[in-house]
Design a protein around this ligand. Sequence first.
Ligand code: CA
Ligand code: CA
Length: 202
Amino acid sequence: MTFSAGRWRSGLPLMGLRRNQCGATAVEFALILLPMMIVILAFLDFGHTLYVDSMLQGSVQDAARQATIGDRTDAQIDQIIYNGMTPLISADKISIVRKSYRQFSGVGKPETLVDDKNGNGVYDPGDCWIDTNPNGTFDTDAGQAGMGDADDVLFFEVTIRYDRITPMSRLLGWPNTVTRQIRTMMRNQPYAGRGSPAKVCG
Ligand SMILES: [Ca+2]
Ligand SMILES: [Ca+2]
């Protein structure tokens, strides 16, 4: 293919070349746009998660501290968490578990066997145990629902669920619902005396 001097002078081939360059630039931009948007959205998603975690941590710590004083009701303590979190998520997406234990070392542990008649290290009918949560039965978790008594260890577990603010579930297949959980333990103030749990057999 040859071009006459007149066509070169007219600039038509150069205009075509410019159009081609513009098209290539548009394609290149389109190729990097999607990955770039995904990275930006991933950072946005990550930042939102950090922010929610920070708010959750602050709310639970505040609630736990006030719970240890001993003059708040369960509803008042729950409200502290709701006040901190409901600007971000609805209250029905918040789950709060409160338990009390005698000691930090007993959190999540069974009640203590004191008369293990067959010596197998586990509770069997007829064994005796310290009924830490005074309900008359042997429990594999010695925790007692609620905020407990003075000097008890208060255990908090708060779980929240919320939908992502970014479309990462559609872009990268991430779960659309985010679940975050925080646990904390504090000892109640010695605002009153407390009795000793009884030994129970049966
Ligand atoms: Ca036994
Ligand atoms: Ca018990």
